[in-house]
Design a protein around this ligand. Structure first.
Ligand SMILES: *Cc1c(COP(=O)(O)O)cnc(C)c1O
Length: 377
């Protein structure tokens, strides 16, 4: 029987180091593998760019958590995204959300377009938007992010999967914010799941990595693996080891961060300096009912606040924080606050009075006291 996620994570699947019996893996550092006299390879591994054994434990853990046939570790979340998109053909069409991770939206609109892959951006969290954006015969990939940066819009993954498959396309879900513990995109019908492992999977803000998990080991997946090897979008062995170490506590970190985020969202909602709190766990949030159906174990560690005094007041509030660190990224044990519009630039759907909060694992009262002081001054 498949073990519970907490057990898979805490024991990193219970793998033992094959030479010493260590309960922690060693770090294989070889870039090349010896051939036998008959030219065969002892373990089927030839060269590090395609065959690094250091990736296998993190990949097997993600496959177990996502219910996937296979997973692949990449040099970054963006490397995972671009490897999947470059598995398409020139002339293929993508539908992507108008609210999504900004750097990928920018790449789709520039480099991907230059290589003949066209993207239509549509508000996929709204009913009917996907149906209107699909181009039967041309659309080959639908990209969904849920909850989506930085407004945390929730998209109905099961509905998107049905429509996407009806059009003969594949559905990929950026589930970075949800983590494998809060949403199961493959069980809802998605074909691929993407994670920036730089974020919650690792959780300690000390490495850069990305992961994909697939429902089928098909030719599209083979192309993705080929892209990883040929474009060299590979992680290092040290990073792969650190990622497994970080993932062992994912369930504890997510549980704590979700509880902190919900409590902060509830308190912020009644604060006089706040115009709006965007958090899927609040009944006032547009996608709350869908989030209740689609997510489990919590609504995530990410929330945004719109400050009543406008952009200047928002920037001043971030400046007034001392415990919350002013930095980009998310999913770490330490809480971060960020004036998001100044990061995303002029094409972003992010309102200029918005602060994005990545809630960590500190004591709730310390987080609240620092935030409240910054909002009041
Ligand atoms: C950070 C992030 C990415 C990109 O991942 P990197 O590891 O920074 O390359 C993609 N999607 C989401 C939702 C992210 O937060």
């Amino acid at each position: 029987m498949e073990k519970a996620p907490q057990t898979i994570l805490a024991q990193a699947l219970g793998w033992l180091e094959p030479v010493s019996g260590g309960v922690i893996p060693s770090i294989p550092m070889s870039s090349t593998f010896a051939r036998e006299g008959d030219l065969s390879y002892r373990a089927g591994r030839v060269y590090i760019r395609a065959d690094n054994p250091a990736f296998e434990q993190a990949e097997a853990m993600l496959s177990a958590l996502e219910g996937a046939q296979a997973s692949a570790l990449f040099a970054s979340g963006m490397a995972a995204c671009t490897a999947a998109i470059l598995a398409l053909e020139p002339g293929d069409h993508i539908v992507a959300p108008s609210v999504m991770y900004w750097a990928l939206a920018a790449w789709l609109g520039s480099t991907a377009a230059r290589f003949g892959i066209e993207t239509t951006f549509a508000p996929l969290h709204q009913e009917g938007a996907l149906a209107g954006a699909l181009r039967p015969g041309r659309t080959k990939l639908v990209w969904v992010e849920s909850p989506a940066n930085p407004l945390w819009c929730i998209t109905d993954i099961a509905e998107a999967a049905a429509r996407t498959h009806g059009c003969g396309a594949r559905l990929i879900v950026d589930s970075t914010v949800a983590t494998p513990l809060l949403t199961q995109p493959l069980a809802l019908g998605a074909d691929l799941v993407m994670h920036s492992a730089t974020k919650a999977l690792n959780g300690h803000s000390d490495l850069c990595a990305g992961m994909l998990a697939t429902a089928a080991k098909d030719t599209f997946w083979e192309r993705i693996l080929d892209n990883r090897a040929r474009l060299g979008a590979i992680s290092g062995s040290m990073e792969a080891w650190l990622l497994v170490r970080g993932m062992r506590t994912l369930h504890l970190r997510v549980e704590r961060a979700c509880a902190n985020a919900l409590a902060l969202a509830q308190r912020l909602e009644t604060h006089p300096a706040i115009a709006q709190v965007l958090y899927p766990g609040l009944p006032s949030f547009e996608g709350h009912e869908l989030a209740k159906r689609q997510m489990r174990n919590g609504f995530g560690s990410m929330l945004s606040i719109r400050v009543r005094g406008g952009p200047e007041a928002a920037i001043a509030a971030a400046a007034g924080c001392t415990l919350w660190k002013r930095a980009t990224s998310l999913g770490g044990v330490e809480s971060l606050i960020e004036h998001r519009a100044s990061v995303e630039g002029p094409h972003s759907p992010c309102p200029p009075d918005l602060l994005r909060l990545s809630v960590g694992c500190e004591a709730l009262e310390d987080l609240w006291a620092d935030l409240e002081a910054a909002l009041t001054c």
